[in-house]
Write a protein that binds this ligand. Sequence first.
Ligand code: KIV
Length: 263
Amino acid sequence: MKKTIQYLQAKKKIEKITAITAYDALFSSLFDSKVDIILVGDSLNMSFGGKEDTLSMGIDEIIYHTKAVCRGAKESFIIADMPFGSYQNSKMAIKNAVSIYKKTSADAIKIEGDIHKAGIISDMVSEGIAVIGHIGLMPQFARSQGGYKIKGKTSQEAKELIDCAIALEKAGACMIVLEGIYTSVATQITENLKIPTIGIGSGINCDGQILVWSDMFGFFEKFKPKFVRKYLEGSTLIQTALQQYVEDVKNGNFPSVQESYQG
Ligand code: KIV
């Protein structure tokens, strides 16, 4: 069954929403139907592109990867990330989101930003675009904010986050990603909203959870944030298997007769 916004919103307070990132058809087909949401996140720029941050990701790259993810996943709800600089004002945001909608079968678009993005979200929603907000630690703001900082420590910051979430909901956002927010603040946000919150590094009480797949399966080893749980030792498994292949080739153990065409 194809997951819809209505299906996901109805899960609030009933069952947790599960989400993961994917960037290609191979892995989205593995994740499809097991998770509610697949996000084509701009984290791709770091985890697979080898870049220092997400800022250089372009709209054409997101479209390319979203197309691939949509080819592999038929049931999960697919969200495409709007890259840095692609939603500076309503006109630009609508143009780029429409382009994503026309060229892919993404179900929704995610944008990072605080209360100042409420107007843009409202204009996008008026044009028939389903928008997911993303607040708290916003990787696209890492350069301007001097790094990746956990949010909601002071009561002022907590209030700003809660007000922001309420404003984004009023603007028409259908869900909000809460990244790197203290658990107590993420809990208050979740309790104050009718729409679901999807947490990453924001504690247990969000309506759902998302992780970047290369982090949770142990493929990205540059750094491991506190909130990541490794469900697989991916790098070790791949390297061990690769080493075996290299030895087999060198020793003449690969290919075998059965793995060769005889004629
Ligand atoms: O780009 C991404 O993968 C994200 C998640 C961390 C939520 O935005």
